[in-house]
Design a protein. Structure first.
Length: 288
């Protein structure tokens, strides 16, 4: 049975009770509008030994800029609860209004360096919002295995750094990207795409695949890899924030010659919808 709670104290009490009974806790933080990718995070938590899985649903205002889509972000709590029940989630924490940030809230968690490039350039303040809310959720859940999707690759790396630096008793796991049959990475924002935009959205994964193929064939020139990855994105998307190569661990610039593992990540816009995708060349399987 899936239990729904809306008070932070109830999340803490449930997780404490689970540990007291000898069960390992798993935490899956989400913003709702759940899809198969989110369900896969629950499965990964189970695979890592979690016997009590708590999934959180909270559209966190701190991680949205004034120009972002906070008001448009899909909110589908009833459908989300059905998905959670089908997936065997033990507890859903969907905080009521005002529960996460009390009046006068003024404490924020900042992770430097790893948040600076890529998303950090185009979404200033975003990661401070993410790290602050996740730090609160981890504090409420207590010792656990916390699972995050690798579609938000920089977010996963940022949260792992936060947990390491602050000595939190948390195992952070990055779960593989889940894709549609044609390769499009699952995202709650995909529902915004028109049929025509949905077809053009494949430019991101097409570019990743082409660069993956070139890397596997021995290509190590950064300029050529970026040109290969960028061409389908430029052809299909309305605006590109970045298509970039980076160190897969600290997200900083790469040494030359290129190492055996290279992060290739992209973010681009179709109308009002912003999509992201990535692959670690030399490590991940071919996208899609």
């Amino acid at each position: 049975m899936t239990v729904l709670v809306d008070e932070p104290a109830a999340l803490r009490a449930a997780c404490d009770a689970a540990r007291a009974s000898g069960r390992r806790v798993g935490l899956v933080p989400t913003m709702g509008a759940l899809h198969t990718g989110h369900v896969s995070l629950v499965d990964v938590a189970r695979q890592r030994g979690a016997e009590h899985v708590a999934l959180t649903i909270f559209v966190n205002p701190l991680q949205f800029a004034p120009t972002d889509d906070l008001d448009r972000y899909p909110r589908t709590l009833d459908a989300d609860l059905e998905r959670c029940r089908a997936a065997g989630v033990d507890l859903v924490f969907a905080p009521k209004d005002g529960a996460m940030y009390a009046p006068g809230f003024s404490t924020h968690v900042t992770v430097a360096d790893v948040t600076g490039p890529l998303e950090g350039v185009h979404r200033p303040g975003h990661f401070q919002g993410v790290t602050t809310v996740v730090a609160k959720l981890l504090n409420l859940a207590g010792p656990c295995v916390a699972v995050f999707g690798r579609k938000d690759y920089q977010q996963w790396r940022t949260l792992a750094r936060m947990v390491r630096d602050l000595d939190m008793p948390i195992e952070v796991v990055g779960a593989p990207i889940v894709r549609e049959a044609d390769g499009l990475a699952l995202s709650s924002r995909n529902v915004y795409l028109s049929a025509e935009e949905r077809a053009r959205a494949l430019g991101l994964v097409t570019g990743l695949r082409a660069a993956w193929d070139a890397f596997e064939a021995g290509e190590r020139d950064p300029g050529r890899l970026l040109a290969i990855a960028s061409a389908p994105v430029e052809a299909g998307f309305d605006r590109i924030d970045y298509v970039a190569l980076a160190d897969p661990d600290h997200l900083g610039p790469l040494d030359l010659p290129l190492p055996s593992r290279v992060l290739l990540a992209g973010a681009a816009h179709l109308g009002k919808t912003r999509l992201i995708d990535n692959v670690v060349l030399g490590e991940d399987p071919r996208p899609g």
